[in-house]
Design a protein around this ligand. Structure first.
Ligand code: NAD
Ligand code: IPM
Ligand code: MN
Length: 352
């Protein structure tokens, strides 16, 4: 029996509803594969901010450091401005823990209904590799002459050679190990004059090291169109922080619902724990109703198992999700059904 210490941050909104279902399913998978979990819950959220003035304690990152992984729901609620809540908790974890790779698989699972006519599971199956520490998400910038007619704001994008190369290399390695061996780069070098041509330059330099990987690149505008018109064209898609963010909501929507989309914030050096969370947010519009789809959280748990060295256990979880979706009666409202969050978690756990 191998045991892991997991830091759990349910966060806000539906994060608190889907995280327990993720844990339920992981417990079931652990039972099958001789894995046990010691869960420590950190109630850091927008409520923490309202009562203490901070999203987490000042030594929050230190508190998380010794864990094997972090299992997070979602952060953000209308009670706190989003840039305050996210820059107070989620983004500092991703950065300070050097989780510079964000893996976001997009798959139309059997049983999902795509909004695209005539597209099936065989045609929507790719993975977005998102740069997760720099790019358009940067604190560099500021505001001048506030409240006057001369008011101005500046927001800088940061693309370092180290940061660009490490995400590109990760994506090339990933593509090399997949059947299709195909990597697409998201760019915008026609409109963004410095950073994006640099990104393209590093992409083509690295492509020379991976002659076995077929490459292409699209400007982000037509790439979004192609996600809709030709999802079957994609295998691994690499993008900057912002482009990867946008593509990883669009991809799952095209597959049927963002309620199933998982993500892994990976620190490949393993110097710090990695973090596993759904792609979606706290969904304030449905929070508290018990109807959120827990599959994204559950599938993120599968990614955690994989990262911890248990690919078979991860597969057990993925298979259980797919098995449950064979029954058209088992659908949360985002998939057109009436199944509740807890019921869905329970049937997936039972399928395991
Ligand atoms: P959102 O992903 O929370 O919701 C978008 C839409 O998708 C809503 O209609 C919601 O009901 C639906 N939805 C999302 N997840 C669902 C699920 N599991 N089941 C069923 N329906 C689901 O995006 P938003 O509305 O832009 O953001 C809400 C809050 O969440 C904001 O504070 C935002 O900053 C935050 N957010 C956090 C994360 C994160 O913690 N990783 C990610 C995205 C957004
Ligand atoms: C995501 C979210 C976050 C991001 C927000 C909440 C800062 O949208 O995980 O996709 O942009 O990274
Ligand atoms: Mn997002």
């Amino acid at each position: 029996m191998v045991s892991y210490r997991i830091a759990v941050i349910p966060g806000d909104g539906i994060g608190r509803e889907v995280v327990p279902e993720g844990m339920r399913v992981l417990e079931a998978a652990g039972g099958q594969h001789d894995i046990s979990f010691k869960w420590d819950t950190f109630p850091w959220s927008c409520e923490t901010y309202t009562s203490t003035g901070a999203m987490m304690p000042s030594d929050g990152i230190e508190q998380l450091r010794g864990y094997d992984a972090i299992f997070l729901g979602a952060i953000g609620f209308p009670s706190v401005p989003d840039h305050v809540s996210l820059w107070g908790l989620l983004l500092p974890i991703r950065r300070q823990m050097q989780q510079f790779i964000n893996l976001r698989p997009v798959r139309m699972l059997k049983g999902m209904v795509s909004p695209l006519r005539d597209r099936g599971p065989a045609e929507i199956d790719f993975i977005v590799v998102r740069e997760n520490n720099e790019g358009e998400y940067s604190e560099i910038g500021g505001r001048l002459y506030s409240g006057t007619e001369a008011e101005m704001v500046v927001q800088e994008s940061i693309f370092t050679r180290r940061g660009v190369d490490r995400v590109l290399r990760f994506a090339f390695e990933l593509a090399r190990n997949r059947e299709a061996k195909h990597l697409t780069s998201a760019t915008k070098s026609n409109g963004i004059i410095h950073t994006m041509p640099y990104w393209d330059e590093r992409f083509s330099a690295m492509a020379a090291e991976y002659p076995d990987v077929r490459t292409d690149q699209y400007h982000i505008d037509i790439l979004t169109a192609n996600f809709v018109l030709h999802p079957d064209w994609f295998d691994v898609v690499v993008g900057s922080n912002l482009f990867g963010d946008i593509l990883s909501d669009l991809g799952p929507a095209v597959a049927g619902t963002i309620g199933v989309a998982p993500s892994a914030n990976i620190n490949p050096t393993r110097e710090y724990p990695s973090m596993f969370e759904p792609v979606h947010g706290s969904a304030p519009d449905i929070a508290g109703q018990g109807i959120a789809n827990p599959i994204a959280q559950v599938w993120s748990g599968a990614m955690m198992l994989d990262h911890l060295g248990h690919p078979k256990a991860a597969l057990t979880v993925e298979r259980a999700i797919e098995q449950v979706l064979q029954d058209p009666a088992l659908r949360t409202p985002d998939m057109g059904g009436k199944t509740s969050t807890v019921e869905m978690g329970k049937v997936i756990a039972a399928a395991i």
